[in-house]
Design a protein around this ligand. Structure first.
Ligand SMILES: Nc1nc(=O)c2c([nH]1)NC[C@@H]1CN(c3ccc(C(=O)N[C@@H](CCC(=O)O)C(=O)O)cc3)CN21
Ligand SMILES: CC(C)C(=O)C(=O)O
Length: 331
């Protein structure tokens, strides 16, 4: 009897209403066109005239109304452009860049300069979504001053609007400092890939009462320090729901169940471009790997068999008299 009474509120909280993607765009203000964009991409002016820039305020309103937030990683101009064009709310230049784009074996290998190089490319393509970059491993640990210097570089030279930091209560002072000077911080708790060595691998976090408490306390401390949103990675869905219901900022889940304020996936995972391990939380929404295989194999085969290029449609003509003159000129 008592158990049923206790269960009803948590069930109700789990069944938050969810409105359509049109609802998600309702609050977004008109984004001013930017001359640099129009010169660079041509069609950008038309898109910008229709587009609505996503802000932190919109993200908070989406959380309040139960409109799910869609976040995706991007690493270059075309992936940034795709986020811009197809309704993504937050583009993340994730440090998964290290593994999926640069071939490193871990995100801890990524430098700030490498991150900046990719942020600039993504920023040129992704204008409407809110743009966040991961602070690379080591770029926010030595001191708050160091974190400020490096976060300023990401904003100033990388063109991003906010930074993401992995960690718990120990990074709260850094989050407070960055927030106080106007650099919005997205926190990241649960599985912390930058600490995979000390954690002995990529493992689901918060599976027992004690570690669930620790993830929960981290989220509360980081919200308190001023984080505008919190990524919850690889934690039991009950814990993801609980944290989401207790916080007043949006939660973005990756392997944290269906009740977070939003979801994030790595571009290469959702597109099936990543050849490595597939985590349980990954759903493949498109099959780029198969298309790549078909495209490259067909091209190689056409070159080898001499069927590419075609002399009529894929080659250039020359006036016959000019050609004769050319030959005569050679004697
Ligand atoms: N392609 C890709 N996708 C990601 O989501 C991702 C990266 N790379 N690189 C950086 C980090 C690393 N991440 C990872 C990596 C592995 C697991 C993983 O293997 N998880 C196990 C958990 C097993 C368990 O503890 O029960 C799984 O199989 O889901 C999870 C997140 C998330 N990030
Ligand atoms: C998996 C996401 C949240 C991330 O941090 C990354 O892409 O690096």
């Amino acid at each position: 009897m008592t158990r049923n009474i206790v269960k009803i509120p948590s069930l109700l909280l789990a069944l938050k209403p969810r409105s359509s993607i049109c609802g998600a765009r309702r609050w977004m203000s008109v984004r001013p066109p930017d001359k640099h964009d129009m010169r660079e991409t041509g069609i950008a002016s038309e898109r910008l005239a229709r587009g609505k820039k996503v802000t932190i305020q919109h993200l908070h309103e989406m959380r309040q109304s139960g409109t799910p937030i869609a976040m995706v990683t991007a690493y270059d101009f075309p992936t940034g452009r795709a986020c811009d064009s197809y309704g993504v709310d937050i583009t993340l230049v994730g440090d998964s860049l290290a593994q999926v784009c640069l071939g490193y074996d871990s995100t801890t290998r990524l430098t700030l300069d490498e991150m900046l190089h990719h942020c600039r490319a993504v920023a040129r393509g992704s204008k409407i979504p809110f743009l966040v970059a991961d602070m690379p491993f080591g770029s926010y640990h030595a001191s708050s001053e160091d974190a400020v210097r490096n976060a300023v570089r990401l904003v100033q030279q990388g063109g991003v609007e906010a930074v993401k930091l992995e960690g718990g209560e120990e990074i709260a002072p850094t989050v407070r400092k960055l927030t106080s000077i106007g650099i919005p911080v997205m926190a990241h708790v649960g599985l912390l890939p930058q600490r995979h060595t000390s954690l002995s691998g990529y493992r689901v976090q918060g599976k027992d009462a004690l570690s669930a408490r620790s993830v929960y306390n981290s989220a509360l401390a980081l919200e308190n320090a001023g984080a505008f949103a919190i990524v919850l990675e690889a934690i039991p869905h009950l814990l993801g729901t609980h944290i989401t219901n207790r916080l007043s900022v949006p939660t973005i889940g990756i392997g944290a169940g269906p009740n977070t304020s939003g979801q994030v996936l790595v571009w290469d995972d959702l597109m099936s471009r990543w050849h490595g391990h597939k985590a349980k939380f990954v759903r493949r929404f498109a099959d780029v790997q198969t298309e790549e295989m078909k495209g490259v194999s067909a091209y190689v085969s056409a070159v080898k068999t001499g069927t590419f290029p075609d002399s009529m449609n894929e080659s250039y003509e020359m006036d016959e008299s000019e050609w004769r003159q050319f030959l005569e000129g050679l004697g």
